[in-house]
Design a protein. Structure first.
Length: 145
């Protein structure tokens, strides 16, 4: 009979393809084996954090819209250095909506782009002063024509 520190093993099951490591006293260690994965993110450990930064091209997207998508992503990344305010939260929300719309449909609605362009052109906030905001304004103008 196994002691309390030993684990019982069911020999009727097939062995795992990868060895499983027991956690160490310091909380580290362990093994992860992923046979096949398409998209998504994986995190392990007590404080693991997974972030996915997929860059798949949207369906049937023209060059101007692809440039807009990249500019939107760059601005969202640059905005992380700004202190969170109602304005930055609102702009990030609009950028997220545009990014999602382009990713899903291959285009962004002209009304949403016009509102975002006007908001960024005023330069009334810290967001408007970022160089990447100017790139979004220019890319939006190209898409809008």
């Amino acid at each position: 009979m196994p002691s309390g520190d030993e684990q019982e093993r069911d020999d009727s099951q097939e062995p795992a393809s990868e060895p499983v490591q027991e956690p160490t006293a310091g909380g580290g260690g362990g093994a992860v084996h992923i046979g096949n994965m398409s998209g998504g993110a994986v995190a392990t450990g007590a404080h693991g954090r997974a972030t996915s930064y997929g860059r798949a091209a949207p369906p049937q997207t023209d060059e101007a819209t692809l440039a807009l998508l990249e500019a939107v992503r760059a601005l969202r990344a640059d905005m992380r250095v700004l202190a969170a305010t109602d304005e930055t939260t609102a702009v990030d929300g609009e950028l997220g909506e545009i990014e999602g719309e382009i990713t899903r449909t291959g285009r962004a609605g002209p009304g949403r782009l016009t509102r975002l362009r006007e908001r960024l052109e005023t330069g009334a906030s810290a967001v408007g002063m970022l160089a990447s905001a100017a790139a979004v304004v220019q890319a939006a103008a190209q898409v809008l024509g």
